[in-house]
Design a protein around this ligand. Structure first.
Ligand code: ZN
Length: 310
């Protein structure tokens, strides 16, 4: 049987203005808008998905943009950073690109043995680019604003800030097949062998004032191969004493959510059917896509959404 890559499937974040969000991820970071849809729990707002050339699992950062959302402040019990993997030879390009785009950044600094730079999106979500030889051979997206040889290949990983690392580490190891592979000061690194999305850092910290709002991560989703594995992982989560949701049909994947003891909302999502189930792979993200059960309300939904120009 072919081995299935374990790791992060997607990460979902609250943002402010959708146009500003799309401008940043598509124009400044050169990612591909792979799906333009609506928040299935509030179809009067968008759900925007950015990914790599194919929108493959491990590459999707998705946003619920609320133009009126207040500024969030990440605290304890949250994913506080999202890191993207870029080819190891792209440092000079990105430093110059950010300089030319007026994007402030820190670094390059050491990221568990690799080089990285840190910066923020317009809603102050903490982002990193990790210069990662693991993705050097992966093709980039050829139609983006960043030359394909330097572009974002997908996630490197995410950093969770928690009061203690042990209980969430246990979930990463027992359910999602991560292994502890590094420790530095108050931070532990867990990895899988997935080329993208294979890292989670848990950073222990003190409680501090936080607020939900734009720029904060809503949940982190991990990959399941198919429906059968989703079922099995859900059972495992129950055996560990947690209380997962039923399986939810998300149209592009099937999902289970559960609250972790450290405070971060985790999701398990199947690799398939994928973002090309309802769009030509060459035309992903060009049109507003609705799940079938909202199609009858398309006219009303489209009227209420602000236009996004790219
Ligand atoms: Zn999700």
């Amino acid at each position: 049987m072919e081995k299935h890559n374990k790791g992060i499937h997607h990460i979902t974040v609250l943002s402010g203005d959708p146009q500003r969000n799309a401008d940043f991820y598509v124009k400044s970071l050169g990612m591909r808008l792979v799906k333009k849809s609506v928040n299935q729990d509030d179809p009067s707002t968008y759900h925007l998905f950015y990914g790599n050339a194919n929108g493959s699992p491990g590459s999707g950062i998705t946003f619920f943009p609320w133009p009126m959302a207040r500024q969030g402040k990440p605290g304890l019990g949250e994913a506080v950073k999202v890191a993207f993997a870029v080819p190891s030879n792209s440092i000079d390009f990105w430093v110059e690109h950010f300089g030319g785009s007026d994007i402030d950044f820190d670094g390059p600094y050491d990221w568990f043995g690799q080089q990285a730079i840190g910066f923020k999106d317009p809603d102050r979500l903490q982002l990193e680019l990790v210069f990662d030889e693991k993705v050097d051979e992966m093709p980039g997206w050829t139609k983006g604003t960043v030359p394909p040889e330097y572009g974002i290949r997908g996630f490197k990983g995410t950093t969770l800030r928690l009061q203690e690392h042990g209980s969430t580490a246990e979930i990463l190891k027992s359910v999602f097949e991560f292994e502890e592979s590094g420790q530095k000061d108050n931070a532990w690194l867990y990895t899988t062998d997935a080329p993208i999305g294979g890292s989670v850092i848990i950073e222990e910290g003190e409680p501090k004032l936080s607020a939900n709002g734009r720029g904060t991560v809503h949940h982190v989703a991990f990959r399941a191969k198919d429906d059968e594995e989703l079922d099995n992982l859900r059972e495992k989560v129950i055996e560990m004493g947690f209380n997962p949701s039923d399986i939810i049909e998300r149209h592009w994947f099937h999902s289970v959510y559960f609250q972790t003891p450290g405070g971060v909302l985790f999701e398990i999502a199947t690799d398939g059917p994928g973002y090309d189930v309802d769009e030509d792979p060459d035309k992903l993200g060009e049109k507003l896509v609705l799940p079938p059960w909202l199609e009858s309300k398309r006219e009303m939904i489209e009227k209420r959404l602000p236009e996004i120009k790219l």
